[in-house]
Write a protein that binds this ligand. Sequence first.
Ligand code: GAP
Length: 448
Amino acid sequence: MPATDLDTIVSLAKRRGFVYPSAEIYGGFANTYDYGPLGVELKRNIRSEWWKAMVQERDDVVGVDAALISNPRVWVASGHVANFTDPLVDCRTCKLRFRMDHIEEGQYEEIQRQEDGSYRCPRGKCDFTEPREFNMMFKTQVGPVANEESVAFLPPETAQGIFINFENVLNSTRKKLPFGIAQTRVSFRNEITPGKFIFRTLEFEQMEMEYFCLPGTDRELHRYWIDERMRWYIDRVGISPERLREREHTADELSHYSAGTSDIEYLFPWGWGELEGVANRTDFDLKAHAAESGHELTYYDEDSGQHVVPYVIEPAAGLTRTVAVAMLEAYTEEPDEKGDNRIVLKFKPAIAPIKVAVLPLSKKPDLQGASKRVSDLLRPHYMTQYDETQSIGRRYRRQDEIGTPLCVTIDFETLEDDAVTIRERDTQEQIRVPIANVVDAVRDKLGF
Ligand code: GAP
């Protein structure tokens, strides 16, 4: 069973060093989190599984890493300056600002809808201003003078860094359609609705791929990428298919660039929520950048002998949102060897922050020496944690709770037979292997 309430994961994440509220010593900062020693590994591993599936294991996708702050005309052309807005209202009663659509969806705990259709907050009856469109992009200034000309934007998506490099990648790689350009990077949005932990934050990481194709092949490829991405969450992140679904956007939900979008949604403790959007962006972006920049962003199609503007299918995933889902999904409570309750994060080994823990039964120097030898053998291959504090039972519990698939225990017999015990997280089964074979035995169990 996955975690059924978010607080369980929020508290485990802080206690064990996955995710901390940002700037806590200053009272925190809304919708902002920091990643701790285990969170940074989990995030890195999920990003790496995405890159493997989307780039490394394919010959039709290449990667880029574009600058975060770039020419502001990028965001004029993309339509974000004009269209990337949310409808905001101010409440004259409590003096706070809200997103009207999120009030209507019941996303604010403190605002309750009344039977007559009005709303109440703890300060009394809400008195909202008319909704005003508010741009979600963060502005900054570039250069020594702060004026209108020096305004630049922090990117609200990674996609535009790909579109502005379409011509460069085409010229330098000679790729033939269909082909994709992938990027994982941080994005920024001025979100004002409280974010449900790392589900919605001001700063978050995305994993996006723009798949360029001939017009007319876009519908079929849209379907293909929805299926591929659904499979990735199941096979690579370990999400159960019952808690994933595809949801097609209604016409009034579509982004300004999209001819069709399907979200991949996860069943969060509060209900279904978006994990990834797979959009048919048509030729909107390349045409928009061509018009703004004066560069002809086309592809020469040898079969038709014509220059065409490719269509684009975009699977756009949230990395930090997937970190939350991986933790929720892996969370399990079950009996241990003695029948006591144990908490286990049943991560797939490939995304587990620590792959193997090395645990001497006691702090005796002989055992420490053998344990160091085992750690030295494992560290070049796997993220390894050495732990000699507290009882062995508590150390197993701690490793279970952070999702470590294997524990290697060094005991007094080790000094006689030069062998160690490997314990599996999920089955709690133990096998004995010679130290000389420990790397092979761990590889065998992890599968990589
Ligand atoms: N380039 C298209 C695009 O950005 P999106 O649906 O706005 O599409 C894609 O974003 C994914 O990025 C979302 O499905 C979600 O996982 C993640 N995401 C968007 N806003 C986020 C936020 N404020 N905090 C965390 N993740 C976010």
